[in-house]
Design a protein around this ligand. Structure first.
Ligand code: NAD
Ligand code: UFG
Length: 337
């Protein structure tokens, strides 16, 4: 029985990855403080897979609690999703972000080492590329961060590089996600943002169900195909699959290695609106407003290294991403409530 500790396993990407792990016959143990998720996700996971995984309520900042978990279970590896992720909030509350993401990760890595577990898959972000000098972005591009959230990801990446340089037992796959969207095809699990969504697709989805009245498109004067921001949207089920491949890659003995997780295709905000309109069969009213501070014009991945090294490639295209996001949103008007 291969046990995997999944921190943040009740969240959006975590829950989809837990489904993928269960479908592979692995045993995920979820560890989550529910700061941005609900316990109800467990019964949804059970409906999809027929298995109710064990979930431990706890905070990664709590070293004692983590220690108890590692005393009780012997883990083959850890997938570390737990973290706060709202860019704007991180600018307003940097201490909370550094404390939760960086200190919490240190507590986790310390506990792993104490118990002889040195295999990790970490959720990083394309935000570590800052303002890229060109697109597509390869893993060799210079790293920088434009906000405290991005800084926390960069710091944790650096900690992992230092750990694996100091001790060859550390094997870490760092996954740099581009823009996760979509939901499981069952429409039983999906993204459930607290309050008004910050991200484009969840916002559009709430306009489509009438919860929000209009979308603001941030900037119409970028040097892109139609003046709006271009991003690399990746289906969350493809993203979950990348974690299985990243776990396998830990056996290569590569030390610490970073991989882009994107499709390699960039779509503008207006292209996303049009695709969502096709999926939901309704118009999404919008206004083009000023640029959002800190946004880059264009960001999309060069996914070749992930394809070569992980044997991973995105399967789902834009229409499937929007269809599945819409199916989840329209079937769950109030999320998990
Ligand atoms: P999410 O908020 O849905 O999931 C994160 C989970 O971690 C939540 O269930 C939350 O309750 C839990 N958590 C947070 N702090 C914790 C703590 N101190 N102890 C225990 N649990 C804690 O977010 P997500 O979209 O699933 O993102 C997962 C990871 O991927 C995060 O680290 C995020 O920064 C990273 N990431 C997300 C995106 C994105 O756009 N969704 C993009 C790039 C990277
Ligand atoms: N956008 C709008 N209106 C909105 C929201 C977004 O026009 O209401 C635009 C943005 O300006 C941008 C595009 O839609 O051009 C995508 O914006 P998102 O907020 O959905 O995503 P970002 O690319 O800004 O950031 C996301 C996550 C970060 C992560 C990054 C890279 O929020 O945490 O992807 O992975 F770091």
């Amino acid at each position: 029985m291969t046990k995997i500790l999944v921190t943040g396993g009740a969240g959006y990407i975590g829950s989809h990855t837990v489904v993928a792990l269960l479908e592979q016959g692995l045993t995920p143990i979820l560890f989550d403080n529910f700061s941005n998720s609900q316990e109800a996700v467990l019964s949804r996971i059970e409906k999809i897979t027929g298995v109710s995984p064990q979930l431990i309520e706890g905070d990664i900042k709590d070293g004692e609690k983590l220690n108890e978990v590692f005393v009780e279970h012997e883990f083959d590896a850890v997938i570390h999703f737990a973290g706060l992720k709202a860019v704007g909030e991180s600018v307003e509350e940097p201490l909370r972000y550094y404390q939760n993401n960086v200190y919490g990760s240190l507590q986790l890595f310390r506990t792993m080492a104490k118990h002889g577990c040195f295999r990790l898959v970490f959720s990083s972000s394309a935000s570590v590329y800052g303002e890229p000098e060109s697109v597509p972005i390869t893993e060799h591009f210079p790293l920088s961060a434009a906000n405290p959230y991005g800084q926390t990801k960069l710091m944790i990446e650096n900690i992992l590089r230092d750990l694996s340089a100091a001790d060859a037992r550390w094997q870490a796959s760092i996954l740099r996600y581009f823009n996760p969207v979509g939901a499981h095809k069952s429409a039983l699990i999906g993204e459930n943002p607290n309050g008004i969504p910050n991200n484009l697709v969840p916002y559009i989805a709430q306009v489509a169900i009438g919860k929000l009245s209009r979308l603001s498109v941030f900037g119409g004067d970028y040097d892109t195909i139609d003046g709006t921001g271009v991003r690399d949207y990746i289906h969350v089920v493809d993203l979950a699959d990348a974690h299985l491949k990243a776990l396998d890659a830990l056996d290569d003995g590569h030390g610490c290695c970073a991989y882009n997780v994107g499709t390699g295709e960039g779509y503008s905000v207006l292209e996303i609106i049009a695709a969502f309109e096709r999926a939901c069969g309704a118009k999404i009213p919008y206004d083009i407003v000023a640029r959002r501070s800190g946004d880059v014009a264009s960001s999309f991945a060069d996914p070749i290294f992930s394809e070569q090294k992980l044997g991973w490639k995105a399967r789902f295209g834009l229409n499937e991403m929007m269809r599945d996001h819409w199916q989840w949103q329209s079937a769950n008007l109030e999320g998990y409530k």
